[in-house]
Design a protein around this ligand. Structure first.
Ligand code: AP5
Length: 221
């Protein structure tokens, strides 16, 4: 089954997806993480994506779709996939339906994480990420035991360049213009849509997320 995590920058999609795949044998596919990995490796894709990401703009659909298709080919068709930050436009969503159909997969549920903008700004300014193991922390809400050091693997934490306030403002505008229309798209889609108030304790949000995913699994079995 495929689960799509939808929500604005900083809504907690990555945090929730990582917790979910820690507990279930599933795969987390974050297009943001794939692009950042390509940038670190200095590939052509990474160089192409850099300007868009640093400005808070979306990377062109054709580039993202090629990336996702290639990545899906590395994942067994029976494995459950949690998409985080993809799709982000209605063209990406329409293409995803086609790709999934071709590979015998389908979206079981779409989970929308709702958070007010003022909370998003605080979360993004405090976010610190581990480029080595992908763990995510927050200087306000979930600090590490030792400042700048990943609790899980000891890696050196980074503050994302696109988490600077001007870029965050642009990312929120882009979310409203390009990605929020997906809420209507998926409400008219065969997959179920669950809206979760994500401005709460991580564990409470996770409990609702599990309920939504479990209900979708029950529906397909
Ligand atoms: P991407 O990396 O996907 O960024 P995003 O969607 O903007 O999402 P974020 O990673 O910022 O937030 P999140 O919801 O995962 O929150 P997190 O869990 O980290 O994309 C980056 C860029 O790549 C884009 O701008 C674009 O250029 C490009 N791109 C990527 N995909 C693309 C696509 N499909 N098409 C085109 N371009 C694409 O949490 C945030 C912080 O809050 C953390 O510090 C966390 O610890 C904290 N936190 C989380 N939950 C809670 C809670 N409940 N309480 C308190 N703190 C919390």
């Amino acid at each position: 089954m495929v689960v799509v995590l939808l929500g604005p920058p900083g809504a907690g999609k990555g945090t929730q997806a990582l917790r979910m795949i820690d507990e279930r044998s599933a795969v987390h596919v974050s297009t943001g993480d794939l692009l950042r990995a390509a940038r670190r490796k200095g590939t052509e894709l990474g160089r192409l994506a850099q300007g868009y990401m640093d400005r808070g703009e979306l990377v062109p659909d054709s580039v993202i779709l090629d990336l996702v298709k290639a990545h899906l080919e590395t994942i067994d068709a029976e494995t459950d996939v949690f998409f985080d930050g993809f799709p982000r436009t209605t063209d990406q969503a329409t293409s995803l339906d086609g790709v999934l159909k071709d590979t015998g997969r389908a979206i079981g549920t779409v989970v929308l994480f709702d958070v007010p903008d003022d909370t998003l700004l605080k979360r993004l300014s405090g976010r610190r990420s581990c480029p080595d193991c992908g763990s995510v922390y927050n200087t306000f809400f979930s600090p590490t035991a030792v400042e700048h050091v990943c609790d899980r693997c000891g890696g050196a934490l980074v503050h994302r360049k696109d988490d600077e306030p001007e870029t965050v403002a642009r990312r929120l505008q882009v979310y409203q213009a390009e990605t929020a229309p997906l809420i209507d798209f998926y409400q008219a889609h065969p997959a179920s849509v669950t809206r979760i108030a994500a401005d709460r304790d991580v564990g409470d949000v996770y409990a609702d997320f599990c309920d939504a995913v479990d209900a979708a699994f029950r529906d397909v079995s």
